[in-house]
Ligand binder design. Structure first.
Ligand code: FES
Length: 129
């Protein structure tokens, strides 16, 4: 799911961080709390665009980052699970290869506020600033 600038969101939306917390061309693990539960996500930044998915592989429901944080392919187009190598498209989370290819990652909606704050929530759409 991509972050949408200008979406008003909801008061009290959990904040994942600020735009500089997510290096360009990287998949950055982040966490927030919702309904009293901690939620682990991966945030991929591509320029001013942010995409986020649960850090949870649909193959065996382990974190993609279980064996380390390096999950983004060199071309920035695929997320690779560190457990058994399933690959998913960064653009939409769909399975591409490996044991998770029939499934997909769960998108997490983000918002990019004008001050660079990145809350969870908001509608789908491309992000830019
Ligand atoms: S848990 Fe991700 S590929 Fe098996």
């Amino acid at each position: 799911m991509t972050a949408t600038p200008g979406n008003p969101g909801q008061p009290g939306d959990p904040v994942l961080g600020h735009l500089p917390d997510f290096p360009d061309g990287a998949a950055t693990p982040a966490r927030y709390v919702a309904d009293g539960r901690e939620v682990a996500v991966l945030v991929v930044r591509r320029g001013a665009e942010l995409l986020a998915y649960l850090d949870l592989c649909p193959h065996q429901y382990l974190p993609l980052t279980w064996r380390g944080p390096r999950v983004l392919s060199g071309d920035g187009e695929r997320l690779r699970c560190t457990n058994h190598g399933a690959e998913f498209a960064v653009a939409d989370g769909r399975g591409l290869s490996g044991p998770g290819s029939a499934c997909g990652l769960t998108p997490v909606p983000l918002r990019l506020d004008p001050d660079g704050t990145v809350p969870v929530g908001g509608g789908p759409g491309p992000a830019s600033n």
